[in-house]
Design a protein around this ligand. Structure first.
Ligand code: SF4
Length: 383
């Protein structure tokens, strides 16, 4: 994706059938009235933004419907939102990547066919685990069989670009348990996998449960063993790791997320969505009522525009870019920010190179295998 000219569109759907106890995203169980208000407001937001001069000059290559659980909106409404986006904004030549997050148990075979016909061409399926007790503990509304059925229906509907989300490091999960989930996922021949370690965020019901019921997440060495299992199993399957938590068959990397990791421009619609363009970042209010009211009053739907200084934007681009296994290009950064990476980080970088967590590959700085395991610590040095 050429970041100088192409950008991403994101639509946040803040509704879920029930709230998973580990989740800290802005989402909640909706009423029919909530959905009606949301659709009206978000369509208004799209129309308004399409006229921004800074946005008119952008050309988009990807659309991503995320949440929340976008697949609990009526399919006709999803199709209409997509049609509106395609009408209101300019797209680069070629077919845009158009992803929708889908939870098993929220859409049937007919709905998936309608989504495909409406133009969605990529699914991100929230499988999380194939172990039913684990899914129950996570508060998911589906079981492993539902996930398998959704994947089969998606393929029959013509989706050949499906990603599965999986989670590891779950309470009570063993290395063998994780291996089983992974093997079942790989047996379904995915072209893309996103795998995230569970983190228990303060303020979530999971956080309180962990304290009250005294359960704990697997120990660090067990999590490291799960990561090692992942490397071996996925390595045999034809998928390549292209970002810290993401693996894909060549050509099926998620272009929308690659644009985020390269700190490209994007527009976010809906409450809780973030936009970054024209040197400013706008975080939309995470409150449906406030979002609707502000739009109705013709007011901005973000409390402030955050303008990053050149150096802060440079550092952020380095850190996000290092998440990708292709790393960052020193010459591209110099061209974009007028800063020379080796000079800028000086001694800090020399130390990280000496510690064998970063390495130069020609013009590119990348994390080593050791650096991938210690990524959080490396990023903290460069922030
Ligand atoms: S389905 Fe996803 S967004 Fe909704 S509550 Fe669960 S984790 Fe959060």
């Amino acid at each position: 994706m050429d970041l100088n000219s192409q950008a991403g569109l994101y639509l946040h759907v803040p509704f879920c059938r029930t709230k998973c106890p580990y989740c800290s995203f802005y989402s909640f169980p909706s009423t029919t009235q909530d959905i009606r208000r949301y659709l009206e407001a978000v369509q208004g937001q799209m129309c308004r933004w399409a006229l921004f001069p800074e946005i008119e000059s952008l050309s988009f290559a990807t659309i991503f419907f995320g949440g929340g659980t976008p697949s609990i909106l009526p399919v006709e409404a999803l199709a209409q939102l997509l049609a509106d986006l395609r009408l209101l904004f300019s797209f680069a030549d070629g077919q845009p990547e158009i992803t929708i997050e889908v939870n098993p148990g929220t859409i049937d075979a007919g709905g998936l066919k309608q989504l495909r016909r409406a133009g969605f061409n990529r699914l991100s399926i929230g499988v999380q685990s194939f172990n039913d007790p684990e899914l129950q503990q996570l508060g998911r509304i589906h079981n492993g069989a539902d996930a398998q059925a959704t994947i089969a229906s998606a393929r029959r509907a013509g989706f050949d670009n499906c990603s599965f989300d999986l989670m590891y490091g779950l309470p009570g999960q063993t290395v063998d348990g994780w291996r089983e989930t992974l093997d079942r996922a790989l047996a379904l021949a995915p072209v893309h996998l996103s795998m995230y370690e569970l983190t228990v965020e303060a303020g979530t019901p999971f956080y309180m449960q962990a304290e009250q019921q005294h359960w704990a997440l697997p120990a660090e060495d067990e999590v490291l063993a799960m990561m090692a299992v992942t490397e071996t199993a996925v390595g045999r399957s034809g998928l390549t790791r292209y970002e810290i938590s993401n693996y894909a068959v060549s050509g099926r990397e998620c272009l929308h997320n690659c644009n985020y990791w390269q700190n490209g421009a994007y527009l976010g619609f809906g409450p809780g969505a973030v936009s970054a363009f024209g040197g400013g970042r706008r975080a939309t209010v995470s409150d449906l009522s406030a979002f609707c009211r502000l739009l109705a009053d013709g007011q901005p739907v973000w409390p402030e525009i955050e303008h990053l200084e050149t150096e802060a934007a440079f550092r952020e681009t380095v850190i996000m870019g290092l998440r990708m296994l292709s790393g960052v290009s020193v010459s591209a950064l110099r061209q974009r920010f007028g800063l020379d990476l080796p000079t800028y980080y000086g001694q800090t970088l020399s130390l990280l190179l000496d510690q064998d967590v970063l390495i130069f590959q020609g013009d590119r700085l990348v994390l080593t295998g050791k650096g991938l395991l210690l990524a959080n610590r490396v990023m903290a040095e460069l922030v």
